[in-house]
Design a protein around this ligand. Structure first.
Ligand code: NI
Length: 194
């Protein structure tokens, strides 16, 4: 996910700051209307070095974009894995890895954010979602964790977990607007392919 222009002052981290693991790779992003984005991702069976390397590559790809959240399917890997970092400019970076995330509780209270998506570049729309969610997941340490998220993190986690189920934020806007966005990206993809 990325967010509307009014929130987008997120600094691109220096190369040195990016060294969480070993050598990381920026992966090409899957862009609308690629049908891969509609696939339902399969659970990660084992948290091993390959999965941690994938998480590092996803973080590097997300910071490079820049974005605040990325699901594995957005680099073409249909596994239930996502990364987020909602730190703002001037704040210390706070990368988080969610393996097999699952929303176990959602608040009745709702909030609205202007959302964007690295797979739907330069398109933003307001989406209403539960304001607080509790997310069960496996962390980088291979252990199960529960996180209660509110604010931007709650929205970001819901947006990314949707990706794991083949759902995009444009699915929440009006059909007319969604069809216009899909048409625009389909046309752009055809022009690019020629
Ligand atoms: Ni997205």
């Amino acid at each position: 996910m990325n967010i509307g222009r009014q929130y987008s002052a997120i600094p691109v981290p220096s190369e040195k700051e990016l060294r969480y693991g070993e050598i990381m790779t920026i992966k090409p992003l899957i862009i609308l209307p690629d049908p891969i984005l509609r696939q339902v991702s399969k659970p990660v069976e084992q948290v091993d070095s390959d999965i941690l390397k994938l998480a590092d590559d996803m973080l590097e790809t997300m910071y490079d974009a820049p974005g605040i959240g990325l699901a594995a399917i957005q680099i073409g890997i249909p596994r239930r894995l996502l990364v987020v970092d909602i730190a703002r400019e001037g704040e210390e970076k706070a990368p988080q890895v969610f393996i097999n995330p699952e929303i176990v509780k959602s608040s009745d209270e709702r909030s609205v954010y202007e959302e964007g998506c690295l797979s739907i570049p330069e398109y933003y729309a307001e989406v209403e979602r539960p304001a607080v969610v509790t997310v069960k997941h496996i962390g980088r340490d291979g252990k199960e964790h529960l996180v209660e998220a509110d604010g931007l993190l709650a929205t970001c986690l819901q947006h990314e977990i949707d990706h794991l189920n083949g759902v995009l934020f444009i699915d929440y806007i009006s059909r007319l607007k969604r069809e216009m966005v899909i048409k625009k990206f389909t046309k752009a993809a055809k022009t690019k392919a020629v």
